[in-house]
Each structure stands twice: as structure tokens, then as C-alpha cells.
Write a protein that binds this ligand. Structure first.
Ligand code: ZN
Length: 395
């Protein structure tokens, strides 16, 4: 057994190897030192709190522990303390994080912004809920926008302005004159151009921090998994039911939240699908309507500002989800009526029999024998499912 009066030491390379092999590395410095940069996966417990907190952090006293501070002095005292408390396999990392850095071992850098970014995002940095850390998170985030049309145009502009670092854009269309009444990311001079190229040009001119990944293709069953892979949030700006179901099923399977909106003349609706937390699109609409009852904008028309308003509400939801702030519209369908100038809200519930997100569907997917429901079940009525209750305007 270890003599509690003798503090054993290891050098930084040995500490790195033991850490990689599963030893617990504890950083006993103060908060400001930790915030300025620390060893990846280190556990942070300042020396003054080590005695009280070690029991909860490392219950098993035989666990291999490496203690580390700035230069090795404080962690030496911490090592002695843990030995007195009965921990039998504790070593001090000689030289501390100074020696670690001098040997070019990895450091988890703090969130930092360039002076240009500090200027560009200064109004974000003033908000405590965003700040430098939140802005750095946005710059590191990846959002997939499906459809560079009425919803995708305003949302892409504002997400780009907000500094979302990667925007994937899926659209196979070209810019037409009838688009320009609402699809504000495009312009008259780009008539006939690919929408993904037009959107990329506008975004790159607005914010060079943003990397645009264009997907000049139609979202289909055989490419949806590839298109959505690696994205943090999906913004659904599609206008066909078939695409919405494909996107929904793939996003639930991949565990990616989808911020959904749709518009019709003077009306818009919006909700956030958080896989397994709230309902999914199929919980709401178990079956699509027959095509003759689901006219798109090209048939029914839409007031141009309505997709603008709904697209920006989608962008708002995306930012909330990325930053982990506020109350996302999970299980809530927000309805907007442009003529009344009124919002109302419908509460939604998960459908325990949902073919996509029910426990049974999830289990089948994990077994690998889940079968996608037919996209168009024309024998079934098109009804809004999962409604738990209606909320009045202003709720
Ligand atoms: Zn569902």
C-alpha cells in the first residue's frame, strides 16, 4: 500500500499515456485558470474544494488518479490530501500544465473570437445568454436548410448574419421571376441561376465567416441520410408532403432536431421536432393529404411577407436550439394569421403509435428491421393528429 507521506510523481508524457488508458485526471487550479485552457477530459476541482468534492467525483478509492495544476506544487499538496483520505493510486503530474504545454501536448483552448468577429458580433456579445462562448458555439455549428425558397431565404440570411459557421443548402431549382416576391436571398440579376449558387453568393457577401455547402439535388429517400449527416439542426423549408415525411423519418433516426414551418396565403405554422422528446411530423400528420387537397404556393398563392415572418421564426428556433437557451417550440404548434395579426398556439403530443418515433418504431430501427410507412396513404383521412388542446392568441 502507498505510504501517505510520500507523493509519487509522473512526468507529462506518462500522465498523458495513463490518461489515455483511463486514469482520471483532476485539474486543481482555479476557475480563471481552467477557463484560459485545460487538458481535454480533465475533471475540474479547485484545490480548496478537493476534500469535499472528491467523494462524489471519484467514489472508488482504488481509482487511478493523476492530479495536475499550473506547475505541480498545488497538485502535490492535493495528492497528499487524497492519500490521507484513503485514495491508494494517486500521482502528481510534475511540472503541471506549463510542462504539458511545453511538450506540445493537447490543450482545450478557450472560446476566442478574432477582433473582426468581436466587432461583427458585438450585439450578440452584449447578451449574457450568447456572449463569447455562445458566439463561438454558433460559429462551430452546422445547420442544414432544406429549400432555398420562401422560408429558406430569410432564415438563411439571418442565420448567416448571426454567424452560424456552416450552412448546408439543399435545392435543385433555378431562380424564377415569380420567386422574387418573397425569396429575398435571390435577385433579378440571378434569374435562371441555380438557387444554391445564388444563395451562396449572397451569404458569402454578407458574412465571410460562414461556409456554405450547396447540395444541388432533390432530397430523396436514397440521399436523405447522406444529406443530413453531421448537421446539428435541420431547417425544413420544403413545400411538398413527400419531402417532409422523408426528412422527418431520417431526422428522427439520426436524432437531429427539425425546425418546421409551412405557409398558406395569409397563414403560417411553426413547430420544432425534437426526436423522442416531443412529437414528430408523423405524430401530427399520420398521413399526407391527397395532392389535390394540398396546393402549394404556385397554386394557392401566398402573401410574400408570411414566409418571411415564419422563416425568421424558424431561424429564431434554430438559434435557441444551438445555444440551448429559451423554450423551444417542442410539442407546440405556433399558428400565425397575417390578416388578424395574431398568433395562437396548439399543444401537441407524441403519438404512442407513431410509425416513426414510437417506442416500437425506435426498437425496430435499432434492430435494423424498421420499414418506412408508405408516404401516401390515400385511403386514410388527412387530419391533424396529436392535438392536446388549443391556446388563444398571445399564449
Ligand atoms: Zn412521431
Amino acid at each position: 500500500m502507498t505510504d501517505p507521506t510520500v507523493v509519487r510523481e509522473v512526468d507529462v508524457h506518462a500522465a498523458d499515456q495513463r490518461r489515455a488508458a483511463g486514469a482520471t485526471l483532476i485539474d486543481v487550479r482555479e476557475q480563471v485558470e481552467w477557463d484560459a485552457g485545460h487538458i481535454p477530459d480533465a475533471v475540474f476541482i479547485p484545490l480548496g474544494q478537493l476534500g469535499q468534492e472528491i467523494g462524489a467525483a471519484v467514489p472508488d478509492k482504488a481509482t487511478e488518479i493523476i492530479l495536475q495544476c499550473r506547475s505541480g506544487a498545488r497538485s502535490g499538496r492535493g495528492t497528499a490530501l487524497l492519500q490521507q483520505l484513503g485514495y491508494t493510486n494517486v500521482v502528481n503530474m510534475a511540472g503541471g500544465i506549463l510542462a504539458w504545454e511545453a511538450n506540445a501536448l493537447p490543450i482545450e483552448a478557450p472560446a476566442t473570437l478574432t477582433p473582426a468577429q468581436q466587432a461583427r458580433y458585438s450585439r450578440h456579445l452584449l447578451i449574457p445568454e450568447v456572449g463569447t462562448k455562445g458566439q463561438a458555439k454558433l460559429l462551430d455549428s452546422k445547420v442544414l436548410i432544406v429549400g432555398a425558397g420562401g422560408l429558406g431565404s430569410p432564415s438563411a440570411l439571418y442565420l448567416a448574419a448571426a454567424g452560424v459557421g456552416t450552412l448546408g443548402i439543399v435545392d435543385f431549382d433555378v431562380v424564377e421571376a415569380s420567386n422574387l416576391q418573397r425569396q429575398v436571398i435571390h435577385s433579378t440579376e440571378r434569374l435562371g441561376h441555380k438557387k444554391v449558387d445564388s444563395a451562396r453568393q449572397t451569404i458569402e457577401a454578407l458574412n465571410p465567416d460562414v461556409k456554405v455547402v450547396p447540395y444541388d439535388e432533390m432530397l430523396l429517400a436514397d440521399n436523405v441520410e447522406r444529406l443530413i449527416a453531421g448537421y446539428d439542426v435541420i431547417l425544413d423549408g420544403t413545400d411538398t408532403f413527400e419531402t417532409r415525411y422523408l426528412l422527418n423519418d431520417a431526422a428522427v433516426a439520426a436524432g437531429i432536431p427539425v425546425v418546421h414551418a409551412s405557409v398558406f396565403r395569409f397563414e403560417g405554422q411553426l413547430t420544432t421536432f425534437m426526436p423522442y422528446v416531443g412529437p414528430c411530423y408523423r405524430c401530427l400528420y399520420p398521413t399526407p393529404p391527397p395532392p389535390e387537397l394540398a396546393p402549394g404556393c404556385s397554386v394557392a398563392g401566398v402573401l410574400g411577407v408570411v414566409p418571411g415572418i415564419m422563416g425568421l421564426l424558424q431561424a429564431n428556433e434554430v438559434l435557441k436550439v444551438l445555444l440551448g437557451i429559451g423554450e423551444p417550440l417542442v410539442g407546440r404548434l405556433l399558428l400565425f394569421d397575417a390578416l388578424d395579426g395574431a398568433f395562437s398556439e396548439v399543444r401537441l403530443q407524441r403519438d404512442p403509435a407513431c410509425p416513426t418515433c414510437s417506442d416500437a418504431a425506435r426498437a425496430a430501427r435499432e434492430r435494423g428491421d424498421w420499414v418506412a410507412p408508405a408516404a401516401f396513404g390515400l385511403d386514410q383521412p388527412f387530419v391533424l393528429g396529436g392535438v392536446a388542446g388549443f391556446g388563444g392568441p398571445g399564449r
